[in-house]
Design a protein. Sequence first.
Length: 265
Amino acid sequence: MLEMRAVRLVYNEGTTTEVVAVAGLDITIPSGQFVTVVGSNGAGKSSFIQLVSGAVRPTTGRVVIAGTDVTRQPQHRRAGRIGRVFDNPHAGSVPELSIEENLALAMARGRRRGLRLATTRQRREQMRAPLANLGLGLENRLHDPVRLLSAGQRQSLTMVMASLTSPEVLLLDEHLAALDPGTASRVLDLTVGLVRRLACTTIMVTHNMEHAITVGDRLLVMSRGRVIADFDAEEKARLTVPELVGHITGAGDVVSDRMLLEESA
Ligand SMILES: Nc1ncnc2c1ncn2[C@@H]1O[C@H](COP(=O)(O)OP(=O)(O)OP(=O)(O)O)[C@@H](O)[C@H]1O
């Protein structure tokens, strides 16, 4: 279970540039639930993800993962429990290292022994299986540097890397945003399969209203640092894209061209 208790995140507090990024989050996400999150630019979606990962600390409030209060725990201490995939396909892997070395790094993440790049035959087999599941042939390119991969291949690899530590929580921050529609759809299918296999608590931020509705068990709409709508699986199944857009505009927020373009795609 993931709990956010009265969480506020204020940047530059008490100055003329003060920004309330998160204005009060009180959310309980049961273990294994797959939550999608939408909202306009600046609604606080990435801040929510960063508060869970430990990239930022709340100004006030508490973050609890599986009963452990992690509010003051630094990011590296929770790294082994949390998988994270960013919007930038280049952010999740090291371009000059091979696929195998990147996977070895991911496996070492969060372990006390530190990083060990040497690979054993057993470990290589452990890496090959999830790569083969992608259906992209990457299992036969273990020695290729990651810089040779396309954006979709890199994002798929990052997904596999995030899954290798069997995370309790998987954080996906607009991880399909930089991909063309066809590739995004394939990586989304991969995401759904991976989340099902890992059975981990998952938060997926997306600007794609269709994805937000069709994927996962719950949908949160954020506006100005708060959750303004919370749809369970049944409500989500009945929700239409125009209704969802209506929730965002109804809060006085602007729906970006990107959201509308993808809505009509
Ligand atoms: N490091 C920072 N310093 C100051 N303000 C910040 C910082 N990071 C985020 N903010 C502000 O906090 C608010 C919430 O930002 P956040 O990135 O969480 O929104 P978002 O919903 O993810 O937006 P987008 O869809 O545009 O990525 C915004 O007003 C943003 O400008």
